[in-house]
Design a binder for this molecule. Structure first.
Ligand SMILES: N[C@@H](CCC(=O)N[C@@H](CS)C(=O)NCC(=O)O)C(=O)O
Length: 319
């Protein structure tokens, strides 16, 4: 989803997001507190206390929705979904007043200013909000996903953990190794303002996709045969790839469907009910193609491609 800002209703891919070589630079998130099971952080894990603000189009927010489903925390952490289009005042929530009568916001900006009246940074989703202290705990998708996985164990209906101790080093390494070339890489290609920056991003992106295609010929998941947080981090980019990044961001050396192992891996994850429940490709396409007039001036939404994520996966590798 969009990274940039809106000036007088006109979407501007935030020029200062690009360095002088036209290379897109991701900005660090700003609210980095933590919910902990024992409350030592000042934010104790409790049912009904925390709320997630998300967009179904956003690959970062998507991570947190998948973990919430996988851990069975739907009754523990509530969610509010933003309106499809990222409007001229940023994320809006026309459903807020019904869904959150105690905190009826119209724009996500209000939440950021409530947490920090002097806030001037990017107003991004996902946001983990504390209804008790009326403030933002965290707005970093990886950290929020981890908290839902590890700190809310007591409320989880699932005993499985996606960040097991014996794999933590490998999971962290894997998440780091897909972040810049793939998760951010598609944005670097899409928002590049020079041919050099674009070609550097797209070349690196496909080098890394080629590499994971090989790895997934030997094992079912990125860190072996067990599903981990790293798979969630790759899934949200792969799910959007052929419908958005291939055309809209010019990441078009190959489609994911052209990679036998990556394509089966993507379907294998998608067909898990906890993943599928969080996926809405129409919402994703509207969100990307209608929120960036810089890249898609007439805001036309392509009808294709026709992708069947429910087709059989030739994944013989055991779980
Ligand atoms: N690093 C953040 C990135 C979040 C992010 O960039 N979210 C985008 C949507 S995909 C956003 O809210 N953009 C709004 C804007 O830039 O104004 C994370 O991982 O949570």
């Amino acid at each position: 989803m969009a990274l940039g800002m809106l000036v007088k209703g006109k979407w501007i891919a935030e020029r200062n997001d690009q360095d002088r070589n036209g290379k897109f630079q991701e900005k660090p998130t700003t609210f980095r507190d933590r919910v902990t099971a024992d409350g030592s952080s000042g934010f104790k894990a409790e049912a009904g206390r925390y709320h997630l603000y998300v967009s179904l189009a956003c690959p970062w927010a998507h991570r947190t929705l998948i973990m919430r489903e996988l851990k069975g925390l739907n009754d523990t952490v509530s969610v509010l979904i933003a309106d499809i289009i990222l409007g001229d005042r940023g994320w809006s929530f026309s459903q807020a007043s019904e869904a959150m009568p105690d905190n009826p916001i119209q724009y996500l900006q209000e939440i950021y200013l409530k947490a920090d009246p002097k806030f001037t940074g990017r107003v991004t989703v996902p946001v983990l909000w504390d209804k008790q202290k009326q403030t933002i705990v965290n707005n970093d998708s990886l950290e929020i996903m981890r908290m839902l996985d590890v700190e809310f164990e007591a409320f989880s209906t699932q005993t499985i953990n996606f960040y097991p101790h014996n794999l933590r080093e490998k999971i962290d390494q894997t998440i780091n190794s897909i972040y810049l070339p793939i998760n951010i890489g598609v944005y670097r290609a899409g928002f590049a303002t020079s041919q050099v920056a674009y070609e550097e991003a797209v070349t690196q992106l496909f080098e890394h996709l080629d590499r994971w295609e090989m790895v997934l010929s030997q094992q079912r998941h990125l860190c072996g045969n067990q599903l981990t947080e790293a798979d969630i981090c790759l899934f949200t980019t792969l799910y959007r790839f052929d419908s958005v990044y291939y055309g809209h961001f010019k990441c078009n050396l190959r489609r994911i469907v052209d990679y036998p192992n990556l394509w089966n891996y993507l379907k294998d994850l998608y067909q898990r009910p906890e993943f599928k429940a969080t996926c809405n490709l129409d919402y994703v396409k509207h969100g990307y193609y209608m929120s960036m007039p810089d890249i898609n001036p007439n805001q036309i939404i392509p009808k294709g491609p026709i992708i069947n994520f429910d087709s059989s996966t030739e994944r013989s590798l055991a779980d």
